[in-house]
Design a protein around this ligand. Structure first.
Ligand code: SAH
Length: 249
């Protein structure tokens, strides 16, 4: 199997492909001052299997376009939307986040939980800004250093994994420079990592391993995942996912 196929096979059965929770999506929507309306046009970029897409539809009553690179994830979004009775509020779009087809100033809300890193935080903010109406709201969660001094082992791992691993003050400044007024930030809870993201992964790892026994790529993916979880357990006070909520100026 190729790397991408393995990633899809690894993640397709999880509700979440990154840290998050229903309560925190709701909290971020509140910080954005988003009032329910069936007229809201929302894009959920890098939606994965759609945990937050469903929340966006349920809580805002608006129209949500769920965007992801992988059709397997979008199929899950469609299935879940039907199960929850919100299929009339959700459309899916298979597309890369760096070539979105939205019209300029056509969206009220842009949402992206644990996904903008695929493009880079600032690059994503700058590219997506033009799709928002003036005064439109952006909500993105992004991995962030929570302390200025970090253990070398941790710094090395994350700087190798993501070139924009910065502290919150740097990210806040990047939001401003990308044309957004910051409305609020908060750090996702430990449960959002442990219970909602890592626990299901650990539960299904043995099954994934037995499905891909002789596959070196699968072994590397599992090792990488285990290392990430080990580092989280050891150093979780030093970094976290921060939700950044802003308004287009
Ligand atoms: N928001 C979801 C998924 C986060 S994981 C959640 O919190 O559960 C990141 C998601 O971004 C994955 O679903 C992945 O398929 C998607 N992705 C990765 N690169 C992408 C790209 N270039 N364009 C669109 N989506 C992308």
């Amino acid at each position: 199997m190729g790397d991408m196929e393995l990633i899809v096979d690894f993640y397709k059965d999880y509700e979440r492909l990154g840290p998050g929770s229903h309560a925190e999506t709701g909290k971020a929507l509140k910080l954005g001052g988003i009032l329910p309306s069936k007229d809201l046009q929302i894009a959920d970029i890098g939606c994965g299997c759609g945990a937050q897409t469903l929340d966006l539809a349920k809580l805002t009553h608006g129209k949500v376009v769920a965007v992801d690179l992988f059709p397997e994830f979008l199929d899950k979004v469609k299935t879940h939307a039907k199960e929850m009775g919100v299929e009339d509020h959700i459309n899916t779009l298979q597309c890369s986040m760096d070539s979105l087809p939205f019209e300029e100033e056509s969206l009220d809300v842009i949402w992206s939980e644990g996904a903008i890193y695929n493009m880079g935080f600032q690059k994503g903010l700058q590219a997506w800004n033009r799709f928002l109406k003036p005064g439109g709201i952006i909500g993105v969660s992004e991995i962030t250093w929570l302390k200025d001094d970090r253990p070398e082992e941790l710094e090395k791992y994350w700087n190798g994994a993501y070139s924009e691993m910065f502290t919150e003050d740097v990210k806040r400044e990047q939001m401003k420079q990308s044309g957004f007024e910051l409305l609020g930030t908060f750090t996702l809870s430990e449960e959002s990592w442990k219970d909602n993201y890592y626990k299901p992964i650990l539960k299904h790892l043995p099954d994934f391993i037995s499905r891909h026994k002789a596959d070196e790529g699968a072994k590397a993916l599992v090792d990488e995942q285990r290392q990430e979880i080990e580092l989280f357990n050891k150093y979780k006070d030093y970094y976290g996912y921060v939700f950044y909520i802003g308004r287009k100026i």
